[in-house]
Design a protein around this ligand. Structure first.
Ligand SMILES: NC(=O)C1=CN([C@@H]2O[C@H](COP(=O)(O)OP(=O)(O)OC[C@H]3O[C@@H](n4cnc5c(N)ncnc54)[C@H](OP(=O)(O)O)[C@@H]3O)[C@@H](O)[C@H]2O)C=CC1
Ligand SMILES: O=C(O)C1=N[C@H](C(=O)O)C[C@H](O)C1
Length: 252
């Protein structure tokens, strides 16, 4: 079966990458390529939508697509768990709504790095995230860092908040789920994330570097091919790659 894909943000870096992938795939076909000037109803008739646009536009695109019954893969950043909960309610309240897959990072290495951080989280009382991106990134903290902090926070449920001394000082970062997140925006980089965990006489650093946008390709294809069968709201590639790492316990 051929999957017809509508791409929102098609004129951008991620959108152009997606168009090349669709062109090169036997089972995917381009239905519509939307830019900031397009009408959303160009998406109608697609089997799946991909949103890789702008944080300010993403909510409207997701609501339109889900509301029209078109499953959508959302790669655009800027989605917190609270905003995702709004979409979950929307999908639950609309029987015909299309599934929504929020994928903060399409790179398999990044997804694993986030899962490893959540696995380690119950064992360390100090945890901070440092993420670094290219100077053109408009949002901070990154969607990946927000997702990582939220999963780390969840994994520590019952352990209490991490130690984040002097967190009221601006240079100590922005707290997400109680985890200080520090954002760098600079030339020469694509994307990096370090989760630094500190315990009794030791630190553990979980670092991931995106060296080329090609790291996103496998995840984009996986999500687009999974979306037609998806139900409700999914967050992250983890379940799609069979990741079931324990995230609680430890520290007895
Ligand atoms: N999940 C993941 O693994 C990854 C996610 N991202 C995220 O994907 C998003 C796009 O990144 P990137 O491709 O680098 O960005 P670009 O700036 O290269 O492209 C942005 C795209 O969005 C469109 N756009 C901008 N504003 C609007 C608007 N108001 N309404 C509709 N469309 C709009 C632009 O259209 P126009 O040309 O008309 O301006 C363009 O097509 C970002 O949020 C980024 O963080 C990026 C990399 C990986
Ligand atoms: O804007 C980017 O480039 C990226 N955005 C995503 C994020 O906010 O986490 C994913 C990746 O880090 C690249």
């Amino acid at each position: 079966m051929t999957i017809r894909v509508a791409v929102a943000g098609a004129t951008g870096k991620m959108g152009r990458l997606a168009l090349d992938l669709i062109e090169a795939s036997d089972d995917l076909e381009l239905h519509a390529a939307l830019s900031s000037k397009s009408e959303l109803d160009e998406m109608l008739g697609a089997d799946v939508a991909l949103d890789v646009s702008h944080p300010a536009a993403s909510a409207g695109i997701v609501e339109f697509s889900a509301g029209a019954g078109i499953p959508i893969v959302v790669g655009t950043s800027g989605w917190s768990s609270e905003r995702i909960a709004d979409i979950e309610r929307f999908v639950r309240d609309h029987e015909e709504a299309g599934a929504v897959l929020f994928i903060p990072n399409f790179s398999i290495g990044s997804v694993l790095g986030t899962a490893f951080a959540a696995l380690a989280a119950p064992w360390f009382d100090s945890i901070e995230i440092v993420e670094a991106h290219h100077a053109g990134k408009v949002d901070s903290p990154s969607g990946t860092a927000v997702r990582t902090a939220e999963l780390v926070g969840e994994a520590r449920a019952g352990k209490g908040p991490v130690a984040a001394p002097h967190a009221d000082q601006r240079a100590r970062g922005q707290l997400v789920s109680g985890i200080p997140v520090h954002s760098l925006r600079m030339s020469g980089l694509l994307a990096e994330q370090r989760v630094v965990l500190g315990g009794d006489g030791e630190t553990l650093t979980i670092a991931h570097s995106t060296l080329s946008p090609s790291s996103y390709e496998a995840g984009i294809l996986l999500a687009l091919r999974h979306a037609p069968e998806a139900v409700g709201v999914t967050v992250g590639l983890g379940t799609l790659i069979g990741l079931d790492l324990p995230t609680a316990g430890g520290g007895e």
